[in-house]
Design a binder for this molecule. Structure first.
Ligand code: G3H
Length: 253
């Protein structure tokens, strides 16, 4: 019997609203050059995706063409078209080359009042438009790892109820976002293993991935894999040298 192939490590970066437009393009050019030459990405052992601000998606997709780096959006409308001022719908995102759409980030929940109903509807919108939702889940306050796992699995189950398709679940404990350092390896592996176990029992979500975000950076993945199948990076990917360090770490793992 053959051993199942190890799935590629998934490294995502959300640029949030940190960079200006031209800075975003310069950053994307550097990431594209890195991905096109690094053995970990060229071999397919790791896959990268980036989520720029909406206006940069089209030029970033052009910059990254042929590098293997996928592009996505930081948000998606619940509806596909119609009178929804300021929103961007899944069909448009798919048309401009997005492969991913982030949903449910803690900042959107906290600052823009998005609750479970909206997050679930955005997840559904991504799936029906052929985009992989990057579904952000995680407890708001610091609790023990087992309790965090229980809450996070229940949250994921609730948000994915009735939906079908592969998802990228980004475990982001809200208290670890924008912090000096990530949650502990024990905390992350307990929750990610819980998520992995739940997903593995859901054939309708075959092909799904669990990644960790929240002050993630170099030096972390080796301590949380394989429970976490990758990282969802924020600030610590602004310096492309840090992304290269993470790829280098994978090369020697
Ligand atoms: O979207 C990414 C996460 O919220 C992590 O951001 P951060 O690494 O800057 O804390």
């Amino acid at each position: 019997m053959s051993t199942p192939a190890t799935p590629p490590v998934l490294l995502g970066v959300s640029l949030k609203m940190y960079f200006g437009h031209h800075q975003t393009l310069r950053w994307a050019e550097q990431v594209g050059r890195l991905a096109a030459r690094h053995p970990v990405t060229t071999s397919g052992a790791a896959r990268l995706f980036v989520l720029p601000a909406f206006p940069a998606i089209v030029p970033v997709a052009a910059v990254l063409e042929g590098t293997g780096v996928a592009v996505g959006a930081q948000d998606i409308a619940t509806e596909d078209s119609g009178p929804y001022t300021g929103e961007v719908g899944g069909p448009s995102l798919a048309e401009i080359g997005c492969a991913y759409a982030e949903v449910g980030h803690a900042e959107r929940r906290r600052l823009y009042g998005e609750g479970d109903t909206v997050v679930a509807a955005k997840t559904a919108a991504a799936l029906r438009n052929g985009l992989t939702p990057v579904l952000c889940v995680g407890e708001r306050d610091r609790v023990a790892p087992d309790e965090a796992a229980r809450r996070t699995v229940a949250e994921t189950e609730r948000l994915l109820y009735g939906l079908t398709g592969p998802v990228t679940v980004a475990y982001e404990p809200q208290w670890a976002i924008g912090a000096p350092e990530p949650a502990s390896a024990e905390h992350i592996t307990t929750v990610c293993a819980g998520l992995r176990g739940w997903l593995d029992a859901q054939p309708q979500h075959a092909g799904s991935t669990v990644i960790y975000g929240g002050s993630a950076g170099p030096g972390l993945l080796g301590r949380i894999a394989p429970a976490a199948g990758g990282l969802f990076l924020g600030r610590f990917a602004h310096d492309v040298a840090a992304v290269e360090t993470i790829l280098d770490e994978l090369a020697v793992a």
